[in-house]
Design a protein around this ligand. Structure first.
Ligand code: ADP
Ligand code: ASP
Ligand code: MG
Length: 460
C-alpha cells in the first residue's frame, strides 16, 4: 500500500538527542508531521567520541571500564522518566556487556572492523531509546501509525572499507523495496544513522558525521519528497555560528553552494549528503530541533545571484609541495604524482602549480588530527623517487562560497574579498576551477580570526 501523503525522512543529530527533554522535542517534531515515516538518529551527543576512545589502542582496561560506565550514565539518565524504564535498562545493560567484550577483544588485536562494530553501539542505543520515547508520546495522541525500530544494517549495504564505507546504492534500493517502502502507509520506522553492513555481514560505518548521509541515502531509496536534517542550529549560516557570533542564517541556498560548504568544512552537513538528494531531486531542509519555530534553510536547485553566501573553515590540513627541475617543459609529471596518490587512496583538495613545483592539500577523510600522518611513509618514498617532497601541517583551509561572478555592493566579489584579505598572511590561494568557491590556506592558529574578520568585512 502506498502512502498518500508526501513522504519525509527526518534525521536528528547527537545534540538533538542528548537528553530526555531533547528527545521529547524530536518526538514532537515527528508526531506533528504525518509525512515523516522514516527517522534516522545519531548517537546521543558525546557517545561516539567515547566509543572512539574505547576502540583506541591506547585505552587501558580501567579507562575502558570508566568509558562504559559514562555511556551507561548518559543512557540511563535519558530513560529515567520512561514508564517502562526497567525493560530499557535491561536492553542497555545487555548492549554494554557486549560492548565490554568487544573492548577487551580490540585491546588484544586491533582492527578497523572491530572498531566499526564498537562505534555502531552509539546509534544502536539511541535508536532503541528514541523509539521507546516516540511510542510513549504517540500513545498520548490519537495516532494509528505503528512505530518500530529497524536495524540499519538490514538496509544500508556498503563495501568493506571500515571506518569510511561506501554505500552500495543498488543493494540499498533492493533492501528498501522489500523492507521499508511497501510498509510506509501504516508504519513509521526509526533507524540508526552512520551504520551499515558489508556483504559478509560485518558492521561498517560511513565516517564521522555520517548520519546525514544515511538519511539522504534512505530518502533517495524510498523516493522521499523531503529530507529534514534537524540539528542544533536553525539552518545553514553564513559561517559557523560557534566561530562567528554574528553569522546569519541563510533562508535558501542552492545545492551546489551547500555542497561546497559541506565539502569545505561546514560540519552542519556531512559532505556526501547532498549527492543522493540532488540525484533524486529531494527537497532538503536544515533546522534546529530545539527551536523548530525559528525556521531554517531550504536547499533549492536555483542558482543564487547574490554574491558571497558563506565562509567555511576546515582545520588540520596537510600541504605537500613537490619540486622537480625536470618538471620544466616536461609532460607527465602530474600524471605520475596523481597515480601514486590514487594508489594510496589519497584525494587532493587544492592544487597550484609553478614552473618546477606543485603544491597540493590532501583531503583528511577520516578527520584525523594534525598529529596523524595523512601521507604514508611508503607514498613519500615513491614520490621522492622523482621529486623533492616538503610537508607542512598546522594549516587550515578557508573557503568563501557563493556565486563569485555576481556583483556584491557594486564591486566584484573577488575584488572585495581580496581587499579584505590584505592584512592577513595567506599560504596558498585557489580560485577559478569553480565559480562557487575561492579557497585559501592559512596558519591554523590564525584561521578563526581570519574567518571572523572576512565575515565582518563582507557581511558587515
Ligand atoms: P549534528 O550532531 O546535529 O549532526 P553537527 O555538530 O554535526 O550536528 O553540526 C552542527 C554544527 O555545525 C553547528 O553546531 C555548527 O557549529 C557547525 N557549523 C559549521 N558551519 C556551519 C554553518 N555554515 N552553518 C551552521 N552550522 C555550522
Ligand atoms: N554518531 C556519529 C558521529 O558522531 C555519526 C553522526 O552523528 O552523524 O560521528
Ligand atoms: Mg553532524
Amino acid at each position: 500500500m502506498s502512502l498518500n501523503l508526501p513522504l519525509t525522512v527526518a534525521k536528528f543529530g547527537g545534540t538533538s538527542l542528548k537528553d530526555h527533554a531533547a528527545m521529547l522535542r524530536c518526538a514532537d517534531i515527528v508526531l506533528y508531521n504525518p509525512s515523516i515515516r522514516v527517522v534516522v538518529v545519531s548517537a546521543s551527543a558525546g557517545v561516539t567520541n567515547m566509543l572512539v576512545e574505547l576502540a583506541s589502542r591506547e585505552t587501558s582496561v580501567s579507562q575502558s571500564n570508566q568509558l562504559i560506565a559514562d555511556i551507561r550514565q548518559v543512557q540511563y539518565s535519558i530513560i529515567e522518566p520512561l514508564s517502562d524504564k526497567l525493560e530499557s535498562r535491561l536492553y542497555i545493560d545487555n548492549q554494554l556487556d557486549l560492548l565490554k567484550d568487544l573492548a577487551k577483544e580490540i585491546q588484544v588485536q586491533y582492527s578497523l572492523k572491530l572498531a566499526d562494530e564498537i562505534l555502531a553501539f552509539g546509534e544502536r542505543l539511541s535508536s532503541y531509546i528514541f523509539t521507546k520515547i516516540l511510542i510513549e508520546q504517540a500513545n498520548t495522541k490519537s495516532t494509528s501509525v505503528k512505530i518500530s525500530c529497524i536495524d540499519a544494517r538490514e538496509i544500508i549495504a556498503t563495501d568493506s572499507r571500515f571506518s569510511h564505507a561506501r554505500p552500495d546504492l543498488q543493494a540499498i534500493k533492493a533492501n528498501t523495496d522489500v523492507k521499508l517502502s511497501p510498509h510506509l502507509a501504516d508504519n513509521l520506522y526509526v533507524t540508526q544513522g552512520f551504520v551499515g553492513q558489508d556483504q559478509f555481514g560485518n558492521t561498517t560505518t560511513l565516517g564521522r558525521g555520517g548520519s546525514d548521509f544515511s538519511a539522504a541515502l534512505l530518502a533517495e531509496a524510498v523516493s522521499a519528497d523531503t529530507l529534514q536534517i534537524w540539528t542544533d542550529v536553525a539552518g545553514i549560516y553564513s559561517s559557523d555560528p560557534r566561530i562567528v557570533t554574528n553569522a546569519k542564517p541563510i533562508k535558501t541556498i542552492s545545492f551546489n553552494e551547500a555542497a561546497e560548504l559541506a565539502t569545505f568544512g561546514a560540519k552542519v552537513l556531512h559532505p556526501a549528503t547532498l549527492l543522493p538528494a540532488i540525484r533524486a531531486q529531494i527537497d532538503v531542509f536544515v533546522g534546529s530541533s530545539q527551536s523548530p519555530e525559528a525556521g531554517g534553510t531550504k536547499l533549492t536547485n536555483q542558482i543564487s545571484t547574490s554574491g558571497i553566501r558563506a565562509i567555511a573553515l576546515r582545520e588540520n590540513q596537510t600541504l605537500v609541495t613537490l619540486t622537480s627541475p625536470n618538471m620544466l617543459l616536461a609532460s607527465g609529471f602530474l600524471a605520475r604524482v596523481f597515480a601514486i596518490l590514487a594508489k594510496y587512496e589519497l584525494s587532493v583538495d587544492l592544487i597550484t602549480t609553478s614552473e618546477i613545483s606543485v603544491a597540493l592539500t590532501l583531503d583528511n577523510v577520516n578527520g584525523s588530527d594534525e598529529n596523524e600522518n595523512i601521507l604514508p611513509h611508503a607514498c613519500i618514498i615513491e614520490l621522492e623517487d622523482f621529486c623533492g617532497v616538503a610537508i607542512e601541517k598546522q594549516l587550515s583551509l578557508i573557503a568563501v562560497i557563493g556565486n563569485h561572478t555576481a556583483q556584491h555592493d557594486s564591486q566584484s566579489t573577488t575584488g572585495h574579498l581580496f581587499s579584505s584579505l590584505s592584512k592577513h598572511k595567506i599560504r596558498m590561494i585557489c580560485h577559478g576551477a569553480s565559480k562557487h568557491n575561492i579557497c585559501f590556506l592559512v596558519k591554523q592558529s590564525d584561521a578563526k580570526e581570519i574567518v571572523a574578520s572576512i565575515h565582518d568585512q563582507i557581511f558587515g
